[in-house]
Structure formats: C-alpha cells, structure tokens
Design a protein around this ligand. Structure first.
Ligand SMILES: *Cc1c(COP(=O)(O)O)cnc(C)c1O
Length: 405
C-alpha cells in the first residue's frame, strides 16, 4: 500500500486548508485617502505624501533621511551614483539574489564581482568577500535575502578596514533589525523595493535611506534630474555637483500614501511571520537532514520575504531534488525555488567580460539553490500553515524508502 500522495496515498495537507493572506493588502480607508490625494492634484514633485513616507520610513529604521523613488532597482543605481562609484570600479555582490542587484552595477558601467554565499544564511560570505577585494573595489552590496540578514557587523568592519562603502539591498528586509538598529541604516545607504510582492507593497516604488546628509542631498538630486530638495519645480536654485549624473527616478504620491498606511501594520505582520518561522524551526529540528535558512547571527528581528527550507543532509543524498519536490507538492506543500545563482538566471545576459567570477565559481550558491524550497511571505500569515508544512515534510521523511523506490 502506498502512503505518499505522489503514489496515490492521501494528501498530508487537504485541498484548501493551506491559506494565503490575500496580497497585496487593500483597505477602504486607504482607498478613500487615495481618492482625496487624486483630487488634490499633488501627485509628484516632492509632495507632502512623499515627504511623510520618507520621514516615517527613515525614522522606523533609525536613519535620518529617506529618498523616495519609482522602484527598487533605480534606488540601487542612484545609491551607487551618489556614492561616487564610477565606470570600471568593482562592486562585490552575492551570487544568489535577484538580478536587479547586479544589473544596477552594470547600469553605471561598474563591474559586478560575484562572491559566494554563506550556506546557512544564504547571504554574502564575508571571508570570501574580503578575499575578492582588489585595488578597484569601491563598494559591497550585501543582500538580506528572503528572511535572513547578512552579517552587518563583519561587513562594516571589512568596509572600514579597506575604505569601502556599503549599499544594503533591503528589498527582502522590510522591518528587519540587526542588534536593534534597522536594516539599511548600517550601510552608507540602504535600498528598499516596494514592488507588489514585497512585504510592503505599492505596485512599484522604492526608497533609499541614509544618515549621511551629503549622500542624502546627492540621492535627491540624482532622482530629481538635478534639483535640490529645497528647490521648487521649475526654479532650480543651485546646480548639482559637476559630474553627478542625474535622472528622473521620481516616485508617485499615491504609492507613498499606500506605503504610509501599510507601514502602520508592519510590526504585527512581522510578528505573525516570525511566529510561523519559530514553529517550523522548532518542529524541523527532529526531521533528519532537513533545515531552514538560518537567522542572521545578530538579527534582533527578521523581515520576511519568503520562508526557505533545505533538504541537504546525507539522508537525502541519493534522492533527486525533482523527486522530493514532486512528492512535497503532491502532499500539498508549497515548493517554490530560489532565483538561482544570478549568472545562471534565464534573464541574465551579461557577457563574461562584464562581470567577475571567483576562481572556483560559487559552489555554495549552486548547492543551496539545488536543495532549497521556499514559499512567499503571505503563506506565513496563518499559524496553522506552519503545522501543515511540517506535517508534509515529516511525512516525506518518514517514507523515504517509498520515495526512493
Ligand atoms: C525586488 C528586488 C529588487 C528590485 O526591486 P524592483 O522594485 O522590482 O525594481 C532588488 N533587489 C532584490 C533582492 C529584489 O528582490
């Protein structure tokens, strides 16, 4: 008699029992204030709604300034420009991230240098980052991937030792804290995305945060075609510094308003997500060979974009990932996959002279991608989903023999 659902047995998670939080969230109250905003005609150009969100979000993370923009890719690009990274300079980037992290480096003509990741947190490997530094290196972009923070203590120490700048890519880390201080406030600049699937979601938007007034002023000019924050549209009072390449990366008042409203609920959302994570972390401890993505060493709070679980103990050595995935899916468990190493992504099309690969490649990023499944954050809202996920994983583990056969 077959037990596993893939062989015709009963599903561990009955149809419809695993519940998603509808995402992105909507509210009547926000809909009403959007209507008022629309009627007010204050849609852009440093409107009050943009300034309010900039101030609220910077303060929430413990930074002084927020510079609101149209998405979380141009925020990375603007940050590199403001930091003075130039064509030909090298920027260290983790091998496992969304391709935007790397493309932003190319957009300004600099060279992304891939660094392998830490097997447990999936963030940039600090020792390998230090080994990749050359006289051309100007900056490091740690990415706080999925729900774990890069080691900001080690990275800031490396940055000051070699006089490098840090740009934190916090697209996955809304609300995360390292030793009590917000993500994005540790680096010279922190960059956030509020694209529709992120933990704060406005369709399209992004922000840079910083506590450095010089960088804040440059970021503002870069996003607003050269205007200073204190200029009225059409009345430029002072020129941007010579050579500072300025763009139109302006955001919209409407998305800023959506985000101001959502930010009020972020703490509660993260508490729910953390509760889910804790239940799975505890429950998975006695399932042989299965682990979850580790929390950042000194993270005092995680911000979740996705929840990752990994089948890479020796118990699973002879079972292909595709087989595990099919079995889990048949039980009703969510089995998304990571982006994969950037250089292997379908959309990645840089030529090999446009980036640097480490001598031995990035075997850890490849291994992690190969054995990891994930689920996006809105599946973490219901506590019961944690028990259901554990039930499915445990069932596959208890019936490895049947799976192997
Ligand atoms: C989403 C994302 C971005 C880019 O954000 P967009 O707003 O989609 O441009 C950058 N880095 C990472 C890691 C992301 O996941």
């Amino acid at each position: 008699m077959s037990v596993l659902a893939i062989n015709g047995g009963q599903r561990a998670i009955p149809e419809g029992e695993f519940k998603d939080l509808p995402w992105p969230p909507v509210s009547e109250e926000t809909a009403e204030s959007l209507k008022q905003l629309y009627l007010s005609r204050a849609w852009s150009f440093n409107s009050k709604a943009e300034q309010d969100f900039e101030n609220e979000f910077a303060a929430y993370n413990g930074a002084k300034y927020g510079i609101f923009m149209m998405n979380g890719t141009v925020t990375l690009q603007a940050a590199l420009i403001a930091m003075g990274v130039k064509p030909g300079d090298e920027v260290l980037v983790p091998a496992l991230t969304w391709i935007a992290t790397i493309m932003a480096v190319r957009y300004i003509g600099a060279t992304p240098v891939f660094v392998d990741i830490d097997k447990d947190t999936f963030a940039i490997d600090c020792q390998k980052a230090e080994e990749a530094i050359t006289p051309k290196t100007k900056a490091i972009i740690p990415v706080h991937l999925y729900g774990s923070m890069a080691d900001l203590t080690k990275l800031t120490a490396i940055a000051s030792k070699y006089n490098l700048q840090i740009l934190e890519d916090c697209a996955h880390m809304q609300g995360g804290k390292w030793m009590g201080k917000g993500a994005g406030a540790w680096g010279d600049i922190g960059s956030y995305s509020f694209q529709q699937s992120k933990t704060l979601a406005a369709g399209e938007a992004g922000i840079c945060i910083t506590s450095n007034p010089d960088l804040a002023e440059k970021l503002y000019r870069v996003k607003h075609i050269g205007y200073s924050r204190y200029d009225k549209q059409g009345q430029a009072g002072t020129p941007p510094p010579q050579g500072l390449e300025c763009h139109n990366f302006r955001g919209l008042a409407m998305t800023a308003k959506i985000l101001s409203d959502q930010l009020k609920g972020l703490d509660e959302l993260l508490e729910r997500y953390d509760q889910f994570a804790k239940i799975v972390e505890e429950g998975i401890a006695d399932i042989p060979g299965v682990r979850v993505q580790a929390r950042g060493r000194l993270a005092s709070r995680q911000g979740y974009y996705a929840f990752c679980y990994v089948f890479d103990g020796p118990e699973w050595d002879n079972i292909p990932t595709g087989k595990i995935q099919a079995a889990l899916a048949a039980e009703g468990a969510p089995t998304g996959r990571t982006y994969g190493p950037v250089y292997s992504h379908m959309l990645f099309n840089l030529t090999p002279d446009q980036y640097v690969m480490p001598k031995g490649g990035c075997p850890v990023a490849e291994h992690v991608h190969d054995r990891t499944f994930n689920m996006l954050h809105w599946k973490m809202y219901e506590k019961n989903n944690a028990e259901l996920l554990l039930k499915a994983i445990r069932k596959i583990s208890d019936n490895k023999k049947e799976l192997k056969a």
